[in-house]
Design a protein. Structure first.
Length: 108
């Protein structure tokens, strides 16, 4: 990607760091749902910025693609979830309810 104005790389790095900090703060304050909501807002914000940039300067599309490819290549592979083993033993007339996540009961 072509070099931008002096100091632009530092500003981009600070902006990216600020976004990560915002996501961490959102998760700490409101949990995963708050983090996911903020992440969606940040994605929408950057989509708008990139759309405006490319409408104003269509010739930059290849540079933007290369930057996205470069950043995507740096991402670590997602970790596989740890295997889960559930074991339930019941006796007599007991009932066991087992789920890998949420259970909902409607009173029946």
């Amino acid at each position: 990607m072509a070099a931008g104005p002096p100091g632009a790389g530092g500003r981009r790095g600070r902006r990216a760091g600020r976004g990560r900090g915002e996501l961490a703060a959102a998760r700490e304050a409101g949990g995963e749902a708050a983090e996911a909501e903020l992440a969606a807002d940040l994605v929408a914000e950057w989509e708008r910025r990139l759309r405006r940039l490319l409408l104003a300067r269509p010739g930059l599309a290849d540079q933007v693609r290369r930057a996205v490819d470069e950043l995507t290549a740096r991402q670590p592979e997602p970790a596989s979830p740890a295997p889960v083993r559930q074991e339930v033993n019941v006796s007599d007339r007991a009932t066991a309810y087992v789920a890998g996540r949420d259970q909902h009961f409607d009173g029946r």
